[in-house]
Each structure stands twice: as structure tokens, then as C-alpha cells.
Design a protein around this ligand. Structure first.
Ligand SMILES: [Fe+2]
Ligand SMILES: [Fe+2]
Length: 330
């Protein structure tokens, strides 16, 4: 299995590996099928930009690092319901949200590395919620290295799931962290810490952030974790960067937006090259990333010509020099 841009889809040799959903979260196209051009057009009209496909080069790549699809969709559904209840001033599905927090914590803890499903593989209407779920998954992956208690992990996750809730209530986007905080602090089941994750997720350690311009240690570590995850998720889902580009972008913010220590944790925890990525190496050979074991930045690669599989962790002189899109690799 691999993740491709929708423009790279070729019905002659690719089958869908994961279902495609419409905006009501109904399956539009099931896995294992070839996408008919008429459907492909419809999917493009939904502005869905990424597909998981199966083809000969990606055969045998199971992407065990990938977030479980039903778990992901259920969490998105719950965040969607929560936003809806806030906007309509109805009873909040807080129990359901707490249940999703536990499921997401389990989802991340059972994997060495976590590969996100891009929010832009869903219809536009669902992306805001998918963004929140992805931010939470990334934050939980970082949190593995922070020696937190179970309670703290849950507070971090809930804060991340609701970090943008203020957008429902705020007039302008600028003030959404403050508005979100004021709202969340009044909910008995939401801890003050979770509310502060929301309040401080646009603060920067050099004091250039909003809404209060907090500096350095004034910003809670959990809010910084949320902020890093937020910028990374947006750079992939909204700006269309590839994972290795998003990683470089995050690294450029070390010491200005984010603490260097947390950036270092992020680098240890989030892979730059996800399984299914076709790459060129400094020895001129082409390969595909097959799995991540051990060092997340040094994955296993299968050469496209001989199908021999090697570990970059054990081959210190080999470097990835280029990521190949479909056209370049064939
Ligand atoms: Fe935000
Ligand atoms: Fe956000």
C-alpha cells in the first residue's frame, strides 16, 4: 500500500487500498476496486487530494504504522458532534469524547511510529475535525517521550482534540484560542490544563505569538506540543507539503516558535519518510520505503530493480536524496 496524490492515480495498475468517504462519512468507493474515470472526477470535485492505493511496487507494504481507519473516523465523528453541539448550544457529548481520548491513546501507544491519514483525503466538510484528531495523534506520539502520567496524557489529548473549538464561537479566527479557553474552563469535565492547551496553542517561545505574547517557560509544555503538532498537520493538510518537507519546516522554527528540546523529541518520534514513499538514494538507485523499525528517521528501503530490502539504519553511507512522484519513478 502507498499514499499518492490523486493526480498520480493510474487505473491501469492501481487499486484503491482504503475506502473513500463522502461528506456524510458514507463509503463512496470501497477498497480493492479500480476507480472508474467518472468516479475519479467526482472524487476530485470533493477536493480529495490523496488516495491510498495498492500496486506492484508497493506490494507487501502493510503500513502497520498507519492509524486504524475506523478508529480515526469514529474520533472525527465525535469531534464533529461536539462542534455541532457547541454551535447549537446543545448538551455536549463529553462522555463520548472522553471515550475517544482513551481509544486514541491506545492507538498511538501500540505503535512504534505513527503515520497519519491526511485530512485532505476526506471531503472538505470533515477536514477541520480530521485536523483536530491528527493533531491529537501527533501530540500523543510526542508525549511518549515526556514521562507523563496517564491523567496528564488524557488532559493533553482532550486539549488537542478541542484546541480550535473557539473557531465555532469567535468572530474572527485571531481570537479563537482565548474564546475557546473561556468556553472550556466552564465545562466541569474539562481540566484547566486541557483548557490551557487551547489558550496557548498559538503562543511562541520568542514572545511573538498570540493572544498574550507569552515567552519561553511561561508557555505550558503541553501547549507547545499541541502547537508543534498543529503547525505540522496544517503544513501537510492545508499547504500540501510532503512529510519530509513539513519536518524541515518544523525544524526551522526551533528556538523561535518552539523549544529546541521539544523539536528534538519531535524528530525522534515522527518519520520524515513514510512507508510507500518512492525515493532515490545517493548511490543512484531507486527504492520504496517499506517499514519503520527502530530509528524513525532511518527506515527500511526496497530497491525497485532487485527487490532487495535494506535498512538505512545499518547502511550509514546511504542517504535519501529525492522523493519521486509516480511520473519520475516509472
Ligand atoms: Fe488554532
Ligand atoms: Fe489547529
Amino acid at each position: 500500500m502507498k499514499l499518492i496524490s490523486i493526480e498520480d492515480y493510474n487505473p491501469n495498475y492501481m487499486q484503491l487500498a482504503r475506502p473513500i468517504y463522502d461528506k456524510q462519512k458514507r463509503v463512496l468507493l470501497g477498497a480493492g476496486r479500480t476507480i472508474h474515470p467518472v468516479y475519479l472526477k467526482r472524487i476530485m470535485e470533493l477536493d480529495i487530494r490523496y488516495l491510498f492505493v495498492e500496486d506492484a511496487t508497493s506490494f507487501g507494504i502493510t503500513m502497520e504504522e498507519l492509524v486504524d481507519f475506523p478508529t480515526w473516523m469514529d474520533a472525527i465523528d465525535t469531534v464533529n458532534k461536539f462542534y455541532h453541539a457547541v454551535s447549537k448550544n446543545e448538551e455536549l457529548p463529553i462522555r463520548e469524547l472522553q471515550k475517544q481520548v482513551i481509544l486514541l491513546v491506545e492507538e498511538v501507544s501500540k505503535r512504534k511510529a505513527i503515520v497519519l491519514i491526511p485530512a485532505s483525503s476526506l471531503a472538505m466538510e470533515l477536514r477541520e475535525y480530521a485536523h483536530s484528531v491528527n493533531v491529537t495523534l501527533l501530540a500523543l506520539q510526542i508525549a511518549k517521550k515526556l514521562n507523563l502520567s496517564q491523567m496528564q496524557v488524557k488532559d493533553l489529548a482532550l486539549g488537542c482534540l478541542l484546541h480550535d473549538i473557539g473557531k465555532v464561537l469567535a468572530k474572527g479566527v485571531e481570537d479563537h484560542s482565548r474564546v475557546g479557553f473561556e468556553y472550556l474552563r466552564k465545562i466541569r469535565e474539562v481540566s484547566l490544563l486541557s483548557a490551557h492547551v487551547c489558550y496557548q496553542h498559538h503562543e511562541a517561545i520568542d514572545g511573538s505569538g498570540a493572544p498574550r505574547g507569552l515567552e519561553g517557560k511561561e508557555i505550558h509544555e503541553f501547549a507547545q506540543v499541541c502547537a508543534i503538532a498543529n503547525l505540522y498537520e496544517n503544513s501537510i493538510s492545508k499547504d500540501g507539503l510532503q512529510p519530509h518537507e513539513a519536518m524541515e519546516y518544523i525544524m526551522t522554527k526551533s528556538g523561535t516558535l518552539f523549544s529546541t528540546d521539544l523539536i528534538n523529541v519531535f524528530i525522534q518520534q515522527v518519520p520524515s519518510y513514510i512507508p510507500g514513499t518512492q525515493v532515490k538514494l545517493n548511490n543512484g538507485r531507486r527504492g520504496i520505503v517499506t517499514k519503520i523499525i527502530g530509528n524513525v528517521q532511518r527506515p527500511y528501503i526496497r530497491f525497485l530493480d532487485t527487490e532487495e530490502e535494506i535498512s538505512l539504519a545499518e547502511n550509514h553511507t546511504l542517504l535519501i536524496t529525492e522523493v519521486l512522484n509516480e511520473k519520475k519513478s516509472t
